[in-house]
Design a protein around this ligand. Structure first.
Ligand code: PMV
Length: 328
């Protein structure tokens, strides 16, 4: 069956995990997080059982090309998880997955990738009706499976706003058509994968203090979302992004995800107080600009002033993963 999922951008970041003694405890965030699910960027994934097998086997195509052994192993392990969870027979699965957005541009492809893979595999194993019901109901089982693939993937199952806390990820009862304009300063792959960043996070002297600050910031973000008040939400997003990068930059060893161009723009953002657009950053140097209205023109002025060149990807709120109709 074929499924589609979009990436999400965290307003409160998952940065640091709880220690895990088993696969069931994989990727439990050290703190609750909250994100906006996008809609234009998409991963589309087909999972098709081709024949019975002694153990789960996978043939994987990524963006139309045979995948590397490493990627195939990750996908196999994930499908194995799903087969075990649903008590299904092992089979050989054909998996074809493609992104409509370029990789390494600050759009988290692991979130949309594991969300789409989880939903497509569940659809293939359990059937359409059961899987769609699980999606509608923010099924804890689906959340659990997506999270074990990649933590932030559990927030891409639903939308537009999802709060993830421990084993639960649930859509919030808020409709607010926010935009995310991504400023792509570089397409280079990030130097330190987020899995390594999570492991390093607790070694930062700022980690504990951040954990203590987060409950109040999360509550303030939830209140600003409920009031649909961008003037209140924006500064919280910026403070949170800088907080996460302060932790990343002070771990042992430190992880500096930012480029000189990122810092130039950060300075300009700090100097420009009268704005109706606000930034957040993921584990990378590219900006996500959150706004209600289109901001391409404002951003062009900003980039000119800073003497920085960037491409943009315009995205906006979405409603989460879906199974695609037969023949799509
Ligand atoms: O799900 P992961 O392991 O790719 O981690 C995501 C980490 C951040 O994108 C930086 C923050 C987040 O909450 O999405």
């Amino acid at each position: 069956m074929k499924a589609e999922a979009s990436p999400n951008i965290a307003f409160i970041k998952y940065w640091g995990k709880l220690p895990a003694k088993s696969d069931a405890e994989r990727n439990l965030g050290a703190n609750p997080s909250l994100s906006l699910t996008l809609s234009r960027a998409k991963t589309t994934t087909l999972v098709e059982a081709v024949k019975a097998a002694e153990s789960v086997e996978v043939e994987l195509e990524l963006n139309g090309k045979p995948a590397s052994e490493g990627d195939e192993l990750k996908v196999r392990a994930h499908i194995q998880r799903i087969v075990t969870q649903f008590g299904a027979e092992p089979q050989r699965f054909r998996v074809q997955t493609a992104n409509n957005f370029p990789t390494g541009v600050g759009i988290a492809s692991s979130a949309s990738g594991f969300a789409a893979l989880t939903v497509a595999a569940a659809g293939e194993i359990l059937g359409r009706d059961k899987t769609e019901k699980m999606l509608r109901e923010d099924s804890p089982l689906l959340v659990e499976l997506a999270r074990r693939g990649s933590g932030s993937a559990c927030r891409s199952l639903a939308g537009p706003f999802v709060k993830w806390e421990g084993r639960v990820a649930q859509r919030m009862n808020i409709d607010w058509p926010l935009r995310d304009t991504i400023l792509i300063l570089t397409k280079d792959h990030k130097s330190v994968p987020s899995s390594e960043g999570h492991t390093r996070a607790p070694t930062s002297p700022h980690f504990e203090a951040r954990q203590k600050r987060l409950p109040a910031r999360l509550a303030a973000v939830e209140a600003a979302l409920a009031a649909r008040d961008l003037g209140r939400l924006g500064p919280l997003l910026e403070e949170e992004a800088l907080d996460m990068h302060e932790v990343a930059g002070t771990t042992m060893p430190p992880t500096d995800y930012l480029l000189p161009e990122t810092r130039k723009l950060l300075k300009l953002f700090a100097e420009s107080r009268q704005r109706d657009f606000y930034f957040t950053l993921d584990a990378g140097p590219n900006f996500h600009i959150i706004s209600e209205k289109p901001v391409t023109k404002d951003l062009e002025r900003f980039l000119d002033k800073a003497g920085v060149k960037a491409e943009t990807w315009e995205d906006s709120w979405g409603r989460g993963a879906t199974l695609l109709p037969e023949g799509a």
